[in-house]
Each structure stands twice: as C-alpha cells, then as structure tokens.
Write a protein that binds this ligand. Structure first.
Ligand SMILES: NC(=O)c1ccc[n+]([C@@H]2O[C@H](COP(=O)([O-])OP(=O)(O)OC[C@H]3O[C@@H](n4cnc5c(N)ncnc54)[C@H](O)[C@@H]3O)[C@@H](O)[C@H]2O)c1
Ligand SMILES: [Zn+2]
Length: 402
C-alpha cells in the first residue's frame, strides 16, 4: 500500500493530537477519528454552494471542535444564496446547526449558561460578541442578536470552518462565542432550536402587552415554519384557542397537528372583510384578542388588524428583512381600536434557554415537531438542499452528516 504525503501528515497530526489529549491540554474524542481535513460548504458565487476542503483547524485552549450532525437552512441562508445581501461571498453558511464536541480546549469547562461540558456532549452555538467575549446569558436579558454576529454569517478567514454546513466547525472562545450544551435534546429538536428561539422571543414580546392569556383567542397568520412554530409555542404554553390563516391547505392541515383549533384558507374568501367574518364565525362570534403576523407579505400586514378586537394586541414578526411598505388605516386599525402592537426580531441569549424547555414540553405533549423538517440532504448534496429550499415546496430543509 502506498502512503502519500497527505496521509502521513494526517497520521502525524492524529498522533500529536492524541498525545496532547492525554497530556491534559486538550481533550479529544476517544475514537481518534478526526480527519486532517475539514469539508466546508462555501457559497462561492450566487446560487452555488461548493463543498471545499481545508486543513483541520488547530484547537486552542478556549476553542471547541465540533463534529457536525445537522443544520437547518434558514430563510437568511436562502437570501444569501440568491442575492448575497451582506456581501459575504465566499462564505461558510449555516447557523441552525448542532453536533458533538470532539476536541475541547483546556479552558472550556462550562457552556454560556454555566452547565458543564465535556467531549461527547452535543452543542449549539448562539451569538458571537466580538467586542466582549466574557458576556454570558445572564447579562443579556434585553439585548437581542441584532448587536452580535453568528456562526454561518461570518466573513471568511484562515480558519474557514465558520459555518455549520460542514463536517466540523471550530467554535472559538476568543471570538466571544456563546454555546449551549443540549445533550438532552434529540437531533431534530436541536436542528430546530434557532427558529424556535425566534418564536419564544415573539411570544415573550406578545406577553409583554399583558393581553395574551391562556384563554385568549389567537390568530396566527402565515403557516410557513415561523407561523407553525408560533402555533406550537402557544399550544405548549397552554393557549387553547388558535386559528391559523394561510392559502396553502397542506400547511393549514399541519398547523392543526401543532395545536391550531381551526383554520382559514384565504382563498375561500372574497377580500379581508369577508375573511375577518370567517375568523369571527370560527371563534363562535368573536374576533381575536391577539394576532401574530408571520408572513413577509405587506398585504398580510394590512390584513392582520382586521382580525383583532378593540383593545386587543398584535405581534408583527414577519419582516426579518425589508419587505416593502404596507398600507393601513391608522384611525380604524389602531386609534379607535386602542390596539397594542409589538414588533419582534430574532431573540436574546436568554430566549435560548427557554427554547430548550419549550422543545422538551412540545415533545411531552406529543406535538410532531420533527415533521417540520420535511427534507434531509447529506453534506455532499448541499447545493440540491439549497435548491429545494429555494423552491419552497417543503418546510424546514436540513443538511445532515454524510
Ligand atoms: N422576526 C424575526 O426575527 C424573523 C425570523 C425569521 C423569519 N422571519 C420572517 O417570518 C416570515 C415567515 O417565515 P417562514 O420561514 O415561515 O416563511 P414562508 O415563506 O415559508 O411562509 C410564509 C407563509 O405565509 C403565507 N402567506 C403569504 N401571504 C399571506 C397572506 N397575505 N395571508 C396569509 N398567509 C400568507 C404563505 O402561504 C406561506 O405559507 C418571513 O417573511 C421571514 O422574513 C422573521
Ligand atoms: Zn435562522
């Protein structure tokens, strides 16, 4: 058998890394199977994800090397894929990822919530505070991710393994990375943590109005992953009376499995006034106390007010990015109704911990959360996965280890 230079280098690295593992400076996975190269899916041009190979990064005393198990494709990833609005190409995408710790720098003993970590534990990353690496979740009750970076949307550098569409990712303490030990959640739940945190945050914002209660009548408009998870969060916290609004019968039907009591297909109604009447009759002669706007459609924003009673509330969370202007009538829609409105954008670090509990609660009451992941592609077929996500024929599309 011929051994080439690359293989020799791999063997030497392996021996050295095992040595450093036993000397106590860096703990390493026992099976000694860390390859010398990392495969990273890079967006190299618009509409093109390529799996590239780079040398396996060194693991510093504050770092964690993670073997990736899976990562969901987010709407933000799809925007990057189609248009690169953040000007990041070439970029290692993927922020909804999770995997197993295979090497652990000697200074890393606890996650961002203070929970102990060891090689073999399963983690997710959250935010990166480049300006303040010492920050912990307990400092961050109010600050949301708007002030931070995340893995999967970082400029490329000499590490390259900066996104979760890869077989390994290097989580770097010096960058101010936050991460959580989520070994007690199954893989699908872990893949869903990030989008679920968006809804935990939105429901927290909604609760801040004082209007959303266990016995509220709630409308959730939009049954993409965001609206569907919104229903699941509401159901898990005990809200019993939820109507979903969408034009997609399959998604509306699925919303019932996640906790919707009834559905309204806007295609069955002639205009918003008639549709509002439809909601009213399905709520037994009442309109909603509270509504969540979970579409990126300006028409959706204009319509949402009509579903809410006088003195009610609404949470607008459908515009992660600028989706254009929407027309409303301030007199009828807000003033005379004395509506309380909150906006919601991403999440805080603290919402992450709540999200872990939500996912356990959702499982405990039998909500089929994993059915939100409609398609799984191996890393080698990441480009197909992105094309599937762009086609919008599934719900959450995930890339998993080969
Ligand atoms: N606030 C945040 O931090 C945050 C985070 C992530 C995503 N988002 C936003 O949430 C929105 C939804 O995300 P998603 O992944 O579920 O998207 P999606 O496109 O999969 O789902 C949107 C759903 O809305 C429905 N819809 C469109 N127009 C409608 C209308 N006028 N009335 C009723 N239903 C309508 C569609 O049929 C679709 O099922 C996106 O626009 C995204 O920007 C916000
Ligand atoms: Zn996301």
């Amino acid at each position: 058998m011929e051994i080439n230079n690359e293989q020799i280098e791999a063997i030497v690295k392996q021996v050295l890394s095992n040595l450093s593992g036993t000397s106590g400076s860096t703990a390493t996975a026992g099976n000694g199977s860390i390859p010398s190269k990392v495969r990273v899916a890079m967006l190299t041009e618009l509409g093109k994800m390529e799996v590239k190979e780079f040398p396996m990064p060194e693991v510093g005393d504050d770092d964690i090397l993670v073997r990736v198990e899976g990562c969901g494709i987010c709407g933000t990833d799809s925007h990057e894929y189609k248009r690169d609005p953040f000007g990041l190409i070439p970029v290692a995408l993927g922020h909804e990822g999770t995997g197993e710790i295979v090497r652990l720098g000697k200074n890393v003993t606890k996650d961002s919530a203070g929970k102990p970590v060891k090689v073999g534990d399963k983690i997710v990353t959250c935010m990166i505070f480049k300006d303040n690496p010492d920050i912990t979740m307990f400092d961050l009750n109010k600050k949301n991710v708007g002030g931070a970076d995340v893995y999967g949307l970082l400029p490329d550098d000499n590490v390259h393994a900066n996104g979760w569409f890869a077989d390994y990712i290097l989580v770097r303490g010096a960058l101010g990375s936050t991460f959580f030990n989520v070994s007690d959640l199954d893989l699908d739940s872990r893949i869903l943590i990030e989008p679920c945190a968006v809804l935990v945050h939105a429901v927290e914002r909604a609760k801040s109005t004082g209007i959303l209660r266990f016995n509220s009548r709630v409308v959730v408009q939009g049954c993409g992953p965001i609206g569907l998870i919104c229903v699941a969060v509401l159901k898990t916290m005990g809200v019993q009376n939820i109507i979903t609004v969408d034009g997609n019968p399959g998604r509306l039907e699925f919303s019932k499995k996640l906790g919707a009591t009834d559905t309204v297909n806007f295609k069955d109604y002639n205009g918003i006034e008639e549709m509002a009447k439809g909601v009213e009759s399905k709520f037994g002669g009442h309109i909603a106390d509270f509504a969540f706007q979970c579409t990126g459609s300006p028409a959706g924003h204009s319509n949402i007010y009509k579903f809410v009673r006088n003195g009610g509330g609404l949470c607008e969370l459908g515009f992660f990015i600028n989706g254009g202007d929407a027309t409303i009538n301030p007199h009828f829609d807000i003033c005379s109704k004395e509506l309380t409105i909150v906006g919601s954008w991403v999440y805080t670090l603290r919402d992450y911990a709540t999200t872990f509990d939500f996912l356990k609660g959702a499982k405990a009451i039998g909500l089929p959360m994993s059915e939100l992941i409609t398609d799984k592609y191996p890393l080698s077929r990441v480009d197909e996965a992105f094309k599937k996500a762009a086609a919008q024929t599934g719900l959450k599309i995930a890339v998993v280890a080969d």
